[in-house]
Design a binder for this molecule. Sequence first.
Ligand code: ATP
Ligand code: MG
Length: 246
Amino acid sequence: MGEIILQVNHLSKSFGSHEVLRDIDFTVKKGDVTSIIGASGSGKSTLLRCINLLEIPSGGEVIFHGENVAGRHMDPCAYRSKVGMVFQSFNLFSNMTVLENCMVGQTKVLKKSYGTARENAMKYLERVGMAPYINAKPRQLSGGQKQRVAIARALAMEPEVLLFDEPTSALDPEMVGEVLEVMRGLAADGMTMLVVTHEMAFAKDVSNHVVFMAGGVICEQGSPADVFGNPQRQETKDFLARFRNN
Ligand SMILES: Nc1ncnc2c1ncn2[C@@H]1O[C@H](COP(=O)(O)OP(=O)(O)OP(=O)(O)O)[C@@H](O)[C@H]1O
Ligand SMILES: [Mg+2]
């Protein structure tokens, strides 16, 4: 059994009187690939944003290596260098080149030298197949290429966990494969990943834990074999049936 990296305990989040997350509990161990699935509006993005402190949880705990980061004393930049995030809409810095995008966090947050940051950025750009594009600006790239740069940028911080929020949802269908392939490679190399996805084949084949959310709660969670092969809750069955019919 791997070491516990992240523990979400009784997490809740409300926007005004709208309760979006309620009593969320799950654990991430080193090397886990956890897929979070569920209908639109079920709270998946809000959950990832709470874990990454882009939103402040209303209640409960996000425990990273034994420390509650939802408490007040955490520097969010330092924390996010350990718990990185890849967004649906890439969020690259449009005024910077591909290489600069992959260096800026390293020099500004991790205080690495230019040379070290460049070398490290190149390593991860090569890994995602984007080394030939180091001088390009994001607008010159396809969606799939942008997302691969965003993954390289996140990896260049050498995080312990990577969060992905629907990384292929904004892509043209022909570009989904290249991004999923990079993610499959990371999973095979033991990267700890938490992936919000509508790619049920990815959730089934690549992850070792599946969390199904409905209406702001975890309706069901377990191994892919259990959640996909033998769902216990009617909500899970209905959700999966809708995917099969698509
Ligand atoms: N900043 C915000 N202010 C107010 N309400 C919000 C905010 N962010 C999210 N919500 C609400 O929280 C609920 C859950 O949204 P969230 O984006 O987490 O769902 P999701 O599961 O990621 O959906 P999707 O699959 O469409 O991305 C929605 O009802 C949404 O309108
Ligand atoms: Mg979302």
